[in-house]
Design a protein around this ligand. Structure first.
Ligand code: ADP
Ligand code: ASP
Ligand code: MG
Length: 405
């Protein structure tokens, strides 16, 4: 069997015209002799009638904090709608297909509403349908617990569904179709000179995804790496080569190292961040605060300790709960709202001096204030004001020559 998993994201299935493009791609691969499993997302992005955000909003109009169990049920409908329409679009061009929900496809989750982890896949039904010659369409973003509860896999989770299915049916490759030509050196919506990266390793893409590059979900990259599945990112409207994500050999990295011009691979960014600066807070109190935050599901991202201050960042949607916690301890604190985190990613930065100097130089030339920094063996992040985001990405993209082939 020549099995291939293809995943089509929200913009790829947002209209009948786009569904026709999708069905042409499916037809092409079917005619090449592939056994196809096709994972779909809900139709369109925010504002579209059957998009995941619209379904969430429907609930939130009735109750700002809707029941999480039922929220997962309504969210799972988005992918059922798009999958149903795709089956019928394929029928129009004579391709026999069947739609399976996450549950019917055998995707078993741990049961955490809104952010489940897949703990098992039992693709018996997928295999049965493939053997009968059908294209198998599977709703992304959802699974079922052993007890029968429908849960979703976290926003952007259809990528993970595709890779989990790939792992379950032992596919060598999973293709992710989206609205850009591949993984690029920065978000093309912000950086006009962003270039397609033809080959990139799992670790770099994982870091990009973790640091906000939406083009693929980090969990999908992690599972692909562990299962040795090659990921290909392609544009539904321009399905050329795109980006291959696999493992690099050390020699490849060494040859890159020599070329200092290509020190960095890409820039990612994340918005809606708040910097919190707590003043004169003793360590034991701070430990209590961290515990309270953990209990309330607030995760800390960047964190720095100074003698008199402790600075950290959180997602802006957690501000209300955080304020309640800090106020209950009667602490003095400052907030900087509307921040963005810009991150440079590159496997080759370990041990190479002068990277920070280049960052500070590029940003200060544009009068961009760095509010906080953090780094790891392959990333350097700067917290900045959101109003400076585009200028910062543009300046760093140029400083690190990411626009060059
Ligand atoms: P889909 O609906 O297909 O899952 P997403 O919106 O989740 O699509 O991801 C695709 C989007 O990711 C692109 O439209 C692009 O704006 C954004 N993006 C952010 N960073 C990058 C990057 N480095 N390369 C390509 N796309 C990126
Ligand atoms: N429809 C879901 C979302 O919008 C899953 C996905 O698109 O990957 O988050
Ligand atoms: Mg996506």
């Amino acid at each position: 069997m020549n099995i291939l998993v293809q995943k089509f994201g929200g913009t790829s299935v947002e209209s009948y015209e786009k569904m026709i493009k999708v069905s042409e791609i499916i037809k092409e691969y079917k005619e090449k002799g592939y056994d196809l499993v096709v994972v779909v997302s809900a139709m369109g992005r925010k504002g579209a009638p059957y998009a995941t955000d619209t379904l969430i909003q429907l609930c939130k109009e009735i109750n700002e904090e809707p029941s999480l169990r039922e929220l997962d049920l309504i969210m799972s409908c988005g992918e059922i709608i798009s999958g149903t329409l795709l089956v019928n679009t394929l029928k129009n061009i004579g391709i026999d297909s069947v739609l399976l929900t996450g549950a019917q496809a055998g995707i078993i989750t741990d049961g955490k509403y809104g952010d489940s982890t897949v703990i098992d896949i039992s693709p018996i039904r997928i295999h049965d349908e493939l053997s009968s010659g059908k294209v198998v369409i599977v709703t992304g973003f959802q699974g079922i617990t052993k007890k029968g509860e429908v849960t979703t896999l976290g926003r952007g989770g259809s990528d993970t569904s595709a890779v989990i299915i790939g792992k379950g049916i032992k596919a060598k490759t999973v293709e992710i179709y989206t609205d850009v030509d591949g993984i690029m050196t920065a978000d093309p919506k912000i950086e006009p000179n962003a270039k397609i990266i033809k080959n990139i390793n799992y670790d770099e893409v994982f870091q990009m995804a973790e640091k906000g590059a939406k083009v693929i979900h980090p969990r999908a990259v992690e599972i692909a790496k562990n299962s040795n599945i090659v990921l290909k990112i392609k544009n539904t409207l321009n399905p050329k080569e795109g980006t291959n994500i696999c493992s690099y050999t050390l020699t490849d990295i060494d040859s890159y190292r020599v070329n200092e011009k290509k020190l960095m691979t890409a820039i990612a960014h994340k918005n809606d961040i708040i910097q919190v600066m707590i003043k004169n807070c003793k360590e034991d109190i701070f430990t209590d605060i961290l515990n309270e935050m953990k209990k309330n599901g607030i995760s800390i991202d960047m964190i720095n300790f100074f003698v008199k201050e402790k600075a950290f960042t959180i997602d802006s949607n957690k501000l209300k709960i955080l304020k309640n916690i800090l106020d209950s301890y009667k602490l003095e604190y400052n907030l900087i709202e509307n921040c963005s985190k810009v991150t440079l990613i590159g496997s080759r930065i370990t041990g190479i001096p002068g990277v920070m100097v280049k960052i500070v130089r590029a940003l200060s030339k544009k009068d961009i204030k760095i509010l906080q920094t953090s780094d790891s063996h392959m990333t350097i992040s700067c917290l900045i004001n959101e109003k400076d985001l585009k200028y910062a990405v543009n300046a760093l993209h140029e400083e690190f020559n990411l626009f060059e082939e």
